[in-house]
Design a protein around this ligand. Structure first.
Ligand SMILES: *[C@@H]1O[C@H](CO)[C@@H](O)[C@H](O)[C@H]1NC(C)=O
Ligand SMILES: *[C@@H]1O[C@H](CO)[C@@H](O)[C@H](O)[C@H]1NC(C)=O
Ligand SMILES: *[C@@H]1O[C@H](CO)[C@@H](O)[C@H](O)[C@H]1NC(C)=O
Ligand SMILES: *[C@@H]1O[C@H](CO)[C@@H](O)[C@H](O)[C@H]1NC(C)=O
Ligand SMILES: *[C@@H]1O[C@H](CO)[C@@H](O)[C@H](O)[C@H]1NC(C)=O
Ligand SMILES: *[C@@H]1O[C@H](CO)[C@@H](O)[C@H](O)[C@H]1NC(C)=O
Ligand SMILES: *[C@@H]1O[C@H](CO)[C@@H](O)[C@H](O)[C@H]1NC(C)=O
Ligand SMILES: *[C@@H]1O[C@H](CO)[C@@H](O)[C@H](O)[C@H]1NC(C)=O
Length: 867
């Protein structure tokens, strides 16, 4: 009965909506759908497609890179496949290949002021602060003099292309290409001249190598095969030196620019036939051009594969004062020759090792079921075209599930190297990419890691924390001194490259982007969450705590008394919400985040083993005096700034002042005894949540005139789930999918552009929002506040049954959960065993009712079967 009610609730409004919204766009989508269906009559997925349905597949080769090509990666390397037949173009990435930095300019200093400018800068800062406090509206229109020309900021760059060419002509039939997320493989199969051909590509994390294998299962021989490296598709990458290392291997050695960082790739070709005889041939080149080589295999073999490893001279460990911020390490050829290449000649073993690794990382710790039915009759682009906002389970649930799995696949494939996932993960083509494909840290880098702890990918965060420790903190100390005249701790701003860009990056309207000294404060949420989920005390002592202490020390000094309202609170000044003016003081976003940071210091102090009690006392004292960034404004909204300046028609993409709703907890777990001070005096939790809801509604659905990106919708979906509103949650979630995700399920910044920009954050924000509808355990201000674990807080009617296995929440707790007909059917909570488990009070809530309250301690297990 409940099921039929659910269907009516979902289906009727959907139908009505569908009929009513007969806009041009819907019409165009429908025409596209009919065309797609017409092109693919009576299909079924290719033979090698995973029987679980956990993959993407297509019946045409990919055309536009950002919309159609398919990604593989191991963290160190990425590759994008077009799914070509006789010739495949594999677009290559090396995680640290960046233009700019000290490689392009020896005087590069991370976009900072010179030491000689410190005194003058400090005075300018004081002038801006007073001007803001004294302004009747508490704002000024620029802080340009604090920003610095970014100089050689650089960009993440593509690393050329591997061309794999079979000398075969004739028409292609039975074409399919797919991405197998169970095994981490991209494949293309087709028939040509009577031969079936199958090409499979993967990047293996254990060997750090990528592998492209070609075989003809039904014939004894492959056509003549050539492997070549080309830079010219990659506009702007200078031609490298390509030389034969042996009969079956070649070295590509180049610079990203002149001058610029050196990189190298070593390609090695193999066949399983003992008589296979590759030839490496130096090609004739015009006089003065760099050498070029290709690898050939005559048409006698049944299979062949090429492997490649790649690296640069970049070294994150040389990004500090001791190394003069050179970021320069061993030359890349030596690095590559030092990698063990012994296992590359046994394809079956390589593949087996890779699929076991993918299983261990993705499938063994965690699984989600949304009650989806895998549809093996429709290619992914057709499923995508049929997907609709608020659509019924029949068209939506399978794709929701695929996009969820894809987020975890992409994170595992891009974050398990030495650097974290950037704005495009590790997949970027061309010499310079949108926003440098850098680490924007005012929502984007954060969103990249929202799923890590909860979905069993905790270990992939090590590249993120190493990157922050080694490239942010060292030069961030210098920025703290020279820009803020603060000699404790360190600071970074919004836009960060891999060369320690810690200054405010000057551009038009700089402040909106540059004036964001809270970027590291927000990242410390991830540092704290990692400890809170794992209870890994040795990691906390060696890496987590020093990071948090460094950032908190800086902000302790930076908070100043409010000289506008003279209300005895401490505020930030100058500040603005990320990418949003005015330039003012006491921004809600900053105040909430810093308050959360100070709580993390207190909660983690004992475990840190730090004896600096004076630091802890100062944290407590200033936390008490801080403005908490929570005020209800003139139209019932949560104020974005301390002076009430919010506009009800502001549909800005960021939800900055709602940070404490999601992913933070300053709003979600508002506690009047701790936060009801200063201007927040007297508010109840209900009032704060109501004001937050008003702001969220007025912020619109994430397609304002300012932007139409996927991440803004994913954030809104997660925020609605936090408020327990399942219909608004699913509306935003499905709106994100239908508006921003390409046929290859990449999230697009400008989806209606013929060659749109790929921006990976929503690929990670989407699964995070899904998790937030199924299971919530937001952080709490103190070790004595109960951790509230809510089961199915915003389960939409589109997923009437399903399960989660292995979800991780704070306290080292693993949650297994199942539901059917829209209601919880079983739940098991298991606390990790071990001496490091910190005992804490826990409450389990379902449908507004507390099921249980207990103390989580080592090995405790709770089973719920009736709800
Ligand atoms: C250190 O780096 C600065 C630029 O940041 C450069 O001017 C200087 O020559 C370098 N010194 C050494 C010893 O390499
Ligand atoms: C920088 O800070 C120090 C110590 O707080 C202070 O004595 C000095 O006057 C400040 N410098 C400027 C130029 O404001
Ligand atoms: C391709 O095959 C054709 C016919 O089999 C042959 O004539 C030609 O030389 C081959 N081309 C290359 C580049 O091997
Ligand atoms: C090397 O030669 C191959 C075969 O002619 C060609 O496809 C490739 O573009 C060349 N590479 C470069 C970097 O010029
Ligand atoms: C290619 O080799 C030449 C000669 O050894 C060298 O001068 C040049 O720097 C090299 N170019 C690249 C891109 O490595
Ligand atoms: C706060 O104090 C300053 C002087 O310290 C004064 O100019 C300002 O008017 C005061 N503001 C209010 C709201 O009292
Ligand atoms: C999103 O909001 C815009 C502006 O209010 C509205 O026109 C549009 O219909 C909304 N779309 C969805 C899917 O909510
Ligand atoms: C969800 O939010 C919408 C929009 O504010 C509202 O109309 C609806 O009543 C809410 N639903 C619930 C269950 O709170």
């Amino acid at each position: 009965m409940e099921t039929s009610v659910d269907y009516v609730r979902v289906f009727l409004p959907w139908l009505v909506d569908f009929l009513m919204q007969w806009t041009t766009r819907t019409f165009v989508q429908l025409v596209q759908l009919v065309l797609v269906l017409f092109r693919h009559p009576a299909l079924s997925s290719p033979a090698g497609f995973p029987h679980t349905g956990n993959g993407l597949w297509y019946t045409q080769p990919g055309d536009v890179w950002s919309r159609e090509w398919l990604p593989v990666g191991n963290g160190y390397l990425g590759a994008m496949l077009s799914g070509g037949t006789a010739q495949e173009t594999t677009q290559l990435n090396i995680e640290s290949l960046w233009s700019g930095g000290p490689f392009a300019d020896p005087a590069y200093n991370g976009g900072n002021k010179q030491p000689s400018e410190q005194a003058a800068t400090s005075q300018i800062m004081q002038q801006y602060r007073s001007a803001i406090f004294q302004s009747p509206t508490g704002d000024i229109d620029n802080i340009e003099e604090l920003a610095t020309d970014p100089g050689q900021y650089g960009s993440y760059a593509g690393a050329g292309n591997l061309l794999s060419t079979l000398n075969v002509t004739g028409s292609v039939t039975e074409y399919a290409r797919w991405l197998d997320m169970d095994q981490g493989l991209a494949c293309t199969s087709w028939t040509q001249n009577g031969a079936n051909l199958l090409r499979s590509t993967f990047c293996s994390n254990p060997t750090r190598a990528c592998v492209e294998h070609i075989t003809s299962p039904n014939s004894k021989t492959l056509p003549d095969l050539t492997y070549a490296f080309t830079a010219d598709i990659e506009s702007g990458l200078p031609a490298p030196n390509i030389t034969c290392l042996s009969e079956n291997s070649m070295l590509v050695n180049g610079f990203v620019s002149e001058p610029g960082m050196a990189y190298a790739l070593i390609f090695r070709a193999f066949s399983s036939s003992p008589s296979a005889h590759f030839q490496c041939i130096q090609q004739p080149v015009p006089f003065g051009f760099p050498p070029n080589a290709t690898l050939h295999l005559p048409p006698t073999m049944q299979d062949a594969w090429i492997t490649w490893v790649g690296d640069t001279e970049y070294d994150m460990g040389a990004g500090d004062a001791v190394h003069n911020f050179s970021f320069r390490g061993t030359d890349p050829v030596t690095k590559l020759k030092n990698l063990n290449s012994g296992g590359l000649s046994d394809y079956a073993a390589l593949l087996e090792q890779h699929t076991a690794d993918v299983h261990a990382v993705l499938a063994s710790p965690f699984a989600l079921d949304l009650g989806q039915t895998a549809d093996f009759t429709k290619p992914t682009d057709v499923l995508r075209a049929q997907y609709t906002v608020d659509g019924p389970p029949s068209t939506n649930a399978y794709l929701d599930w695929l996009l969820f799995n894809y987020g975890r696949y992409l994170l595992a494939s891009s974050s398990r190297g030495l650097l974290p996932a950037n704005l495009q993960g590790k997949w970027a083509n061309g010499i310079s990419n949108a926003w440098s494909s850098d680490y924007h840290s005012n929502i984007n880098l954060q969103m990249n890691y929202w799923i890590a702890e909860m979905t069993g990918l905790s270990s992939v965060t090590s590249s993120l924390f190493d990157y922050i420790q080694k490239t942010w903190a060292p030069r961030g100390e210098y920025t703290a001194k020279v820009l803020y005249n603060i000699s404790k701790g360190w600071v970074t701003h919004d836009e960060v490259n891999i060369f320690g860009h810690t200054g405010m990056k000057a551009d038009e309207n700089s402040a909106e982007w540059a004036d964001y000294p809270e970027s590291a404060v927000w990242m410390m949420v991830h540092v704290w969450d990692h400890f809170d989920h794992t209870n890994d005390i040795s990691w906390w002592k060696s890496q987590g705590w020093p990071l948090i202490k460094g950032v908190a020390s800086f902000h302790l000094e930076k908070l100043i008394p409010d000289l506008h309202f003279n209300d005895s609170t401490l505020v930030v000044n100058p500040c603005n919400s990320p990418e949003q003016i005015p330039i003012t003081f006491g921004c809600a976003h900053a105040q909430q985040l810093i308050w959360q940071l100070f709580n993390a210091v207190e909660k983690g102090f004992t475990a840190s083993g730090d004896a600096d009690v004076a630091f802890l006392s100062e944290i407590r004292a200033k936390r008490g005096k801080m403005d908490k960034g929570l005020q209800v404004g003139s139209w019932g909204q949560l104020q974005e700034w301390k002076v009430d300046q919010d506009s009800p028609t502001d549909t800005h993409r960021h939800l900055s002042h709602l940070i404490g709703l999601y992913p933070g907890y300053a709003i979600t777990n508002f506690d009047p005894t701790l936060q009801g001070t200063g201007p927040a005096k007297g508010y109840t939790k209900r009032q704060i949540l109501d004001a937050t809801t008003v702001s969220l509604i007025h912020r619109g659905n994430g397609t304002g005139p300012d932007a139409d990106s996927g991440w803004e919708k994913a954030w809104r979906a997660a925020a609605w789930a936090q408020l327990g509103n399942s219909s608004m949650f699913y509306h935003e979630l499905s709106f994100a999918m239908s508006e921003n995700f390409a046929p290859n399920l990449f999230s697009l910044y400008n989806p209606y552009d013929p060659d749109p920009i790929f921006q990976i954050d929503a690929n990670f924000g989407f699964p995070a929002a899904v998790m937030n509808a199924l299971l919530q355990a937001p952080d709490v201000p103190s070790t004595t506040s109960p951790l509230v674990i809510t089961l199915l807080p915003a389960l939409p009617a589109q997923w009437p049954s399903g399960s989660v296995r292995g979800a991780r929440v704070r306290g080292g707790i693993t949650v297994d959960l199942a539901w059917s007909r829209g209601r919880a059917s079983s739940a098991t909570l298991t606390v990790d065993s071990g001496a490091s488990i910190r005992q804490r009070p826990v409450q389990v809530v379902y449908a507004g009712r507390m099921l249980d309250a207990f103390t989580a301690s080592s090995g405790v297990k709770k089973v719920f079967n009736s709800f």
